[in-house]
Write a protein that binds this ligand. Structure first.
Ligand SMILES: [Zn+2]
Length: 269
């Protein structure tokens, strides 16, 4: 009886699967036709562009970060204080990671790019963003053994299934020759639970949010790692990731992001 009951179910499942595969093929064809027929639009102003995510006018609005900056945090200085000087932030609250670098300042234009990559399937933005990051992180990449993207929150990963940090890391790996280890970090705790916690409770909570899985520890031990993320705001996420990597005996951890928040041009001390 059970066998007889099971057969039609299995057949209908198979038929649905075939129908689904047909739909996917049709959708892929439709996308191809659209890609050929419609030019890519600038993510910022919606003007048609050739191959790149930003039109020349919006590209020129991006605020690229270049020296002089704090050698530790990559925060730009208004004037060149000479080599090796640190920002006030780096001295007041030294992070667990060694150095951070960012391609651009986080502003309206870079925010548009980050959001388009993250939420609107503009995967065509990853190559230029990744190349700019590789250039900004050139000094770090020369010392690095491995690239590790910040993992998605499992809830967000479930709904979106696209890790923008991994997409950027892939481009940087191809650009620099430094290999990426995509699953070296795992989010083991929801960081959303931080709402309502005190400052010290938050730090503790975020610190325990990431871990290196046991079967990846051997690939982290003794390695110089660069953490890859799209945006650096308060730095709590990369700090937490860096601590997890250092607990797994990484030799050093640097941070490379596409955009970072820069409050103002801070004078060096
Ligand atoms: Zn534009």
């Amino acid at each position: 009886m059970d066998m007889q009951a099971a057969e039609p179910v299995s057949l209908s499942v198979r038929l649905r699967h075939w129908a689904g595969a047909g739909r996917h093929a049709l959708a892929a064809t439709a996308r191809l036709v659209l890609d050929v027929a419609l030019p890519t639009l600038c993510v910022s102003c919606r003007e048609p562009v050739c191959g790149q995510g930003l039109c020349p006018a919006c590209w020129s609005k991006l605020s690229f970060i270049a020296p002089p900056y704090c050698t530790r945090l990559g925060i730009p200085f208004v004037y060149d204080p000479g080599p090796g000087l640190l920002s006030m932030e780096a001295i007041a609250a030294p992070p667990a990671y060694s150095r951070a670098r960012a391609a651009v300042r986080f502003d309206d234009t870079s925010r548009t790019m980050v959001h388009a990559l993250k939420y609107h399937d503009r995967t065509d933005l990853a190559p230029p963003m990744g190349r700019w990051m590789a250039r900004a992180g050139d000094e770090l990449l020369r010392d690095a053994d491995i690239l590790v993207p910040v993992p998605l929150h499992w809830k967000r990963g479930w709904s979106r299934r696209y890790n923008q940090s991994a997409a950027l890391a892939k481009i940087i790996a191809a650009q620099s020759g430094v290999p990426m280890l995509a699953d070296a970090l795992r989010r083991i705790r929801s960081t959303e639970q931080q709402v309502g916690l005190s400052r010290s409770e938050r730090a503790r909570n975020v610190q325990g949010a990431f871990a290196v899985p046991t079967d990846r520890r051997g690939q982290i031990h003794g390695r110089r790692v660069i953490l890859i993320d799209d945006v650096l705001t308060s730095g709590a996420t990369v700090e937490s990731c860096a601590r997890a990597l250092l607990r797994a005996r990484a030799a050093a951890v640097d941070v490379l992001v596409f955009a970072r928040v820069v409050d103002a041009f801070k004078p060096p001390i």
